[in-house]
Write a protein that binds this ligand. Structure first.
Ligand SMILES: *Cc1c(COP(=O)(O)O)cnc(C)c1O
Length: 367
């Protein structure tokens, strides 16, 4: 079986280093808010070319804390609206609604699956305070039009960088393109911890300071609480693992780009729509997503040929039970693509022969 993802194979590449740092954290007797976190925050801020990186418990919390921070700073208030792509992972939207903000769903581009900035302006009202743009599948989602809209309507641009570590656009790096960004280091992400972890990046000093307190019970000084905060800290052991894995992220990106290039050049089946790349630096290929009318048939056929695929994502957010208040929204592009998307294996765990085999099998599929 060619696996979609193989976390053991990925992490075992760094076995000695990971075990070494784990031992050091165990021996240190210090497990939260220590040296490992500080080092990771410095390393990750440098990697994203931003002033501040704050480690938090996971990617959802990173996004939640950004909006909570803006609320504490008086920049947003409950009932304000946030533009979100209709086809994102549910975490993006949970971060908005958890803060009492209202998501306004905008359809994606049919070629990149990222927010269509030509459709944003129609969705703006006097309550709109932010655009939450998601670099879906690892491809930068910001364009000049989006930046213009943000400055024209005085909106914060929040990046969901959970899938796009290291993607570049306009001399900036994912996480440093907008006003603030949420990152996930869920084990399956391109930069993955060995458990849950996340980070906020920003150049906004006031926001960074607020979130730094919010993640730790709203406290800057022990037992003195400025805000009604959360407990959303990044463990020392996960920070230590991330310090190791961050050193090798470029190898992971290079491998993903090679696999993607091979797929793009060699998958030749008229019933399959391949992903569109705006520019190579702007895509880090967290996922390689194709689209086809007979998606379920193709997925079964690949499974029968020992190739595991996944669907990102099978049910749009406005059709989820959790968001039934949005079930009557009319989002035809989002609804259509959720029935057609299929993610092929991509990443460090694949051997050349796996990739060649995947392409051969796909090219033989008779729709
Ligand atoms: C993974 C992911 C998140 C959430 O990250 P967690 O670390 O799992 O909480 C948010 N947004 C997107 C687009 C993601 O892919």
């Amino acid at each position: 079986m060619i696996k979609f993802l193989d976390l053991h194979k990925i992490n075992i590449q760094y076995e000695d280093e990971l075990k070494d740092v784990a031992n050091r954290v165990i021996d240190s007797g210090w497990y939260l808010m220590g040296k490992q976190l500080k080092t990771f925050e410095q390393n990750y801020a440098a990697f994203c070319n931003v002033e501040f990186a704050l480690g938090v418990a996971n990617g959802l919390d990173a996004l939640r804390l950004i909006f909570k921070g803006y609320i504490e700073l008086g920049i947003m208030k409950k009932g304000d609206e946030v533009i979100v792509p209709a086809n994102t992972y549910i975490a993006s939207v949970l971060a908005v609604t958890d803060n009492g903000l209202v998501p306004v769903f905008v359809e994606p581009n049919l070629d990149t699956y990222n927010l269509n900035s030509d459709k944003i302006e129609y969705a703006i009202t006097h309550k709109t305070k932010a655009i939450l743009t998601v670099h879906l599948y690892g491809q930068n989602s910001v364009d000049y039009k989006m930046l213009e809209i943000c400055s024209k309507f005085n909106l914060k641009l929040v990046e969901d960088s959970a899938q796009s570590h290291g993607a570049r656009w306009d001399n900036k790096i994912s996480g440093g393109i907008g006003d603030a960004a949420g990152h996930s280091f869920y084990p399956g992400k391109n930069l993955g911890a060995l458990g849950d972890a996340g980070a906020v990046t920003t150049n906004d000093k006031a926001l960074a300071r607020t979130i730094s307190a919010l993640r730790n019970y709203g406290s800057e000084k022990k037992y003195e609480n400025i805000y009604k905060g959360l407990n959303s800290r990044l463990d020392e052991i996960q920070a230590a693992f991330l310090n190791v894995k961050l050193k090798y992220i470029q190898l992971d990106i290079d491998k993903r780009r090679k696999v993607a290039e091979y797929y793009l050049n060699n998958i030749k089946n008229e019933n399959i729509i391949l992903p569109t790349v705006i520019n190579e630096d702007a895509h880090v290929w967290h996922l390689f997503v194709i689209r086809t009318e007979n998606r379920n048939g193709l997925q079964q056929y690949l499974k029968d040929n020992n190739i595991q695929t996944l669907i990102h994502y099978p049910i749009p957010i406005h059709h989820q039970q959790a968001y039934e208040e949005y079930k009557s929204l009319n989002l035809p592009i989002t609804e259509k693509i959720h029935k057609q998307l299929l993610s092929l294996p991509i990443g460090m765990h694949l051997k050349n022969e796996d990739i060649i085999n995947i392409v051969k099998v796909i090219n033989k599929f008779d729709f």
